[in-house]
Structures are given as C-alpha cells and as structure tokens.
Ligand binder design. Structure first.
Ligand code: FNR
Length: 340
C-alpha cells in the first residue's frame, strides 16, 4: 500500500501542477544603483548542519521505496552532488519496516558521499525507528514531517493526531542529530513553531501553502470525497516565514512551499530564512526533461540569485539579512496582528 502510494504521489505531481500562491510576490526588495561590489567576489557559500555547501538551497524530501525510486533518487542526488547542496530523502518509514526498501534511500548517501543528506520520517515513529532512519543513510539531520491536512484527506491516512508533540520531544531528546520538523505544504503557524521550540526543536521547515498541494494530490486519489473547498487551506509560505522569523535567534528556518525563482529565494533569505527547500519542480524537470535539465533549473536559480545579490549590493548570504524589504497587497492584510 505504502509503496503504491509513493508511485501515485510522483505520478499525480507530474500529471498536474497542483500549485497556487505563496505570496512572495507581495514582498518588495529595493534596487541599489550603487552596489559597489564586484560580481566575481560574490560568495554564496554557507554552513549548514556543520558542512560547507555552495548555496543555501536544498532538494527537499520527495521519494523512496517504490520500483522507480532508485533511479529518481540517484538522479536527484547527482544534481545535489554537482551543485554541492543538501538533499533530503522521502519518507523512510517504509524502509524502517522492511529492509527490501532500503536501496532507494542508501543510494543517496552513496552518491552524495560526504555531502549533506537528510533523513525523513513521519511523526508517529518511535525513538528506535528514528535512529534506524538516521543510521540507514548516515544522515546529517532528521526531518520529521507533520502532515495532518494530507492524512485527513487520504482514505487510508491517519485520523488520530494526539500525542504527536510528545513523540517529537522524545525523539529530539534522544537522538544525536538535529531534528527538523517539517510541514508538507500547509505552513507552520507562530503558535505551532513556539510549541516545537519549547520542546527543543531548533529547526523548522515551514512547508507553506503555495507550492505542491497535497490536499489536491489526495483529492485526485480519493474516490469517496471531494475536497475542493479546501484547496486554498493553509498558511502561505511568505506569511509563515514572517510569523516565525523572530521566535528565537537559534531557531533555524527552512523556507519551502512554492519556492520557484531566484526572486523567491533571495526574498526568503533576506527576511530571515536560513535555507530554501524546493521539491515539485525539480522532480518535474527530471522526469520530463532529464538530469541535465533538473541540474540547469537549479543552476539557473543560483546564478540569478547572485545577480539579485549584486543588485542589492550584498556580497554574501549573511549580509542579505540587512536588506530592507516592504510588504504589500494581500500579504500585508494577512499580517494584521503579527508583530514583525
Ligand atoms: C513530497 N513531499 C514530502 N515531504 C516529506 O516530508 N516526506 C515525503 O515523503 C514527501 N513526499 C513527497 C513526494 C512528492 C512527489 C512531492 C512533490 C513532495 C513534500 C515536499 O517535501 C514539500 O514539502 C512540498 O512538495 C512543497 O514544496 P514544493 O514542491 O512546493 O517545492
């Protein structure tokens, strides 16, 4: 069941774009006509999870554990390796239960060698299972995905979400690697982020609304119910970032959910994200046009990000945090009651 669901997810994401608005268009960065820097001096290197990477962008969790997953994950890992950026694997829960499914996850570590590889499990695993996921691929961190909106629209999905925070707390306190708690496209609110931080979580992946939409994906798989009234449900990624950027200086934020362009990336890094995650479009490039095209898609974003850095007069990633920005339109309306 789990294995065919994984195939379904990939196929549905390829068949339909299932995306909407993450509200990054409502963020405005001001042009600098006197940047006083040399394009060739722009340095985008960044330290993430204790390792040096070329740019704070990562291939975010997607797949593993079905017939074509070895091929897909190998190709994604080769893209990450060429660009020296991190990659998270898809949920390893299937391989924790059955070793036969391990190969599509292990291949990612083999290819990335000493690069940054991130594990992924659901929030119902126990500490031993979380450790197994980390050991399986010697990962640098563990993503725990929280996805009630997806599960509740899935015929075979979970229905009981009691005790999830306690489970997360136990894992955070008992495994040695950093834990990244990750939404899958509906955003993390300020209240949820604080509850996570208060049990020891130091990394959140916003997984905001506006990109790949798993209510739409599950709706397409569900023959019993129609969930189209929930298609706009969720916290837009830009809003989720603004809500959470000031919680604590040691809360690291991965900004994901509809991040598609260099503009999105630089805006997120300027507002306060430590890292940007992208999933759906990389898979689409890879499956529709091949490895080179997936590589070029990300290479382009990285190059254009440097162009925008020049136009902002910023020579490195750290300095982006000093870029003045403005919020307009609907995002501004949604900001009511948020203390920036
Ligand atoms: C996902 N995503 C995901 N997330 C996760 O934590 N574990 C998983 O196993 C999966 N599986 C998965 C399969 C496929 C085919 C896609 C496209 C995505 C969610 C993903 O990591 C991300 O949060 C969302 O896709 C939003 O980002 P994008 O696609 O808008 O960049």
């Amino acid at each position: 069941m789990r294995s065919s669901r994984k195939r379904d997810h990939v196929e549905h994401v390829l068949k339909n774009k299932f995306e909407s608005n993450n509200y990054f268009n409502d963020i405005y960065l001001e042009h600098n006509s006197l940047p006083e820097i040399d394009f060739n001096d722009i340095n985008t290197e960044y330290n993430f999870l204790g390792k040096n990477i070329s740019f704070p962008i990562m291939i975010n969790a997607m797949t593993g554990g079905f017939d074509r997953a070895v091929e897909i994950n190998s190709n994604l890992a080769k893209v990450a390796k060429r660009l020296n950026i991190p990659m998270a694997v898809g949920s390893q829960t299937i391989a924790i239960k059955d070793k036969d499914y391990e190969s599509s996850f292990k291949i990612v570590r083999e290819i990335l060698n000493d690069g940054v590889v991130i594990s992924n499990v659901n929030a119902f695993v126990d500490v031993d299972e979380a450790k197994k996921a980390v050991d399986m691929i010697h990962s640098d961190a563990l993503q725990i995905h929280i996805n009630p909106a997806q599960e509740i629209c899935m015929p075979e999905g979970d229905r009981n979400f009691k005790g999830v925070l306690k489970k997360i707390e136990k894992i955070v306190k008992n495994i040695e690697k950093p834990v990244i708690v990750k939404e899958v496209g509906f955003g993390i609110s300020n209240d949820v982020a604080k509850r996570l931080y208060n049990v020891g979580v130091k990394y959140i992946d916003l997984g905001g609304h506006g990109g790949t939409n798993f209510i739409k994906v599950e709706n397409a798989r569900n023959e019993d119910f129609d969930f189209d009234e929930l298609f706009e449900w969720g916290i837009p990624t830009a809003l989720s970032l603004l809500e959470n950027k000031n919680i604590a200086s040691d809360l690291n934020i991965v900004c994901s959910g509809g991040m598609r362009t260099a503009n999105d990336v630089i805006k997120a890094l300027s507002i306060g994200a430590n890292m940007v995650g992208i999933s759906g479009p990389i898979l689409r490039e890879l499956e529709e046009r091949g490895h080179e095209s997936a590589y070029k898609y990300l290479e382009n974003i990285i190059y254009k990000s440097k162009v925008i850095m020049l136009l902002l007069g910023k020579e490195n990633i750290r300095d982006l945090k000093t870029v003045p920005y403005r919020i307009k339109g609907q995002l501004k309306e949604l900001m009511v009651n948020i203390n920036e």
